[in-house]
Design a protein around this ligand. Structure first.
Ligand SMILES: Cc1cc2nc3c(=O)[nH]c(=O)nc-3n(C[C@H](O)[C@H](O)[C@H](O)COP(=O)(O)OP(=O)(O)OC[C@H]3O[C@@H](n4cnc5c(N)ncnc54)[C@H](O)[C@@H]3O)c2cc1C
Ligand code: FES
Length: 280
């Protein structure tokens, strides 16, 4: 783990409100593994927020740079979307757990809902490098929201798309597409990232078909390094920290729908609610 001042060398607004930023950091890019994240201090140097914001490592140029793909949600990401080329960002990383796979794996499925492509493109590139074949399934509200479709199409054995408005690919959710195709694809393992409800359904389907499944979950994080206990979640194997033990978990370890991936109240650990809500 490093704390670095990383210069922005590229920035692109992929679709309205979704940005890709490339940051120079030989240290982070050398160590990063797919599924890990960085914790970024957002805002102007003299006016940055107290709490950093976590973002999956989207792609790396080994030994040189890494990318993050993010959607503007609130004050932190709004500020981040304003960075300019040559600006420097204070970044801690790489953090957290990574996706696990064995070299002999024959049939993986990478499944993303919306921004869920963020950690999975890095995984797709690594699997390709290791000559491990995989299928990809991308879901979004509409065709424009299908992020990185062309990249996955280039890397995966076959890339499936699902749009909820039926504008491209399967007409429906990525979960209904999975339910329809899992019999034929019969993956050994599913790697998934996306909204919690989607992950829950994917993990139920995986369980039903006896398929291993790893998910990258998103919880609010304060320190990001296992100190504040603000990201504690209850799993079937005990209390876990989403920032340190996760964000990648075995789906079978998660109590879905029981606010399992909701964080324990940060106030319990000395953070003021107001601080979190307003001044971070
Ligand atoms: C391990 C991890 C990896 C992530 N990777 C990405 C990524 O690659 N791309 C991306 O766009 N987003 C990612 N997120 C979510 C991202 O961190 C939040 O969208 C961001 O922190 C919101 O900050 P904000 O100040 O703009 O929003 P706020 O003003 O703090 O909140 C705006 C909205 O975002 C929600 N939110 C705030 N913090 C989080 C959080 N940590 N996780 C989920 N929702 C949150 C709030 O509930 C609220 O609805 C990741 C989160 C985690 C935990
Ligand atoms: S965010 Fe502080 S322990 Fe995980």
């Amino acid at each position: 783990m490093f704390q670095v001042k990383a210069d922005v060398i590229a920035k692109e607004e992929i679709i309205p409100g979704v940005f890709n930023i490339t940051l120079i950091s030989p240290e982070i890019s050398k160590q990063a593994k797919p599924g890990q994240f960085v914790h970024v201090l957002c805002g102007e140097p003299n006016d940055s927020f107290i709490l950093r914001r976590p973002f999956s490592i989207h792609r790396v140029v080994p030994g040189r740079a890494f990318e993050i793909l993010f959607q503007v949600k609130g004050r932190g990401t709004e500020a981040l979307s304003k960075v300019k080329i040559h600006d420097s960002l204070d970044v801690i990383g790489p953090l957290g757990s990574s996706f696990k796979y064995s070299e002999g794996i024959k049939s993986a499925l990478l499944l993303a809902g919306g921004l869920g492509v963020a950690p999975l493109l890095f995984l797709a590139e690594e699997l390709t490098e290791k000559h491990i074949l995989f299928h990809a399934m991308l879901g979004a509200q509409n065709k424009a929201g299908l992020l990185r479709y062309i990249d996955f199409k280039r890397l995966a054995k076959k890339t499936y798309a699902a749009t909820e408005d039926g504008s491209f690919g399967h007409d429906g959710t990525v979960v209904s597409l999975l339910n329809r195709t899992i019999h034929q694809l019969r993956p050994q393992i599913i790697y998934a990232c996306g909204p919690e409800r989607m992950l829950q359904k994917v993990s139920e389907t995986a369980d039903e078909f006896g398929v291993d499944c790893q998910v990258s979950i998103e919880t609010k994080m304060a320190c990001g390094i296992g100190v504040c206990l603000g990201c504690t979640c209850i799993t079937k194997t005990g209390y876990k920290l989403a920032c340190k033990d996760g964000p990648v978990f075995d789906a079978r370890d998660i109590y879905w729908g029981k606010s399992n991936i909701e964080p324990v109240s940060l106030e319990q650990y000395g953070y003021e609610t107001e601080e979190i809500a307003n001044s971070d």
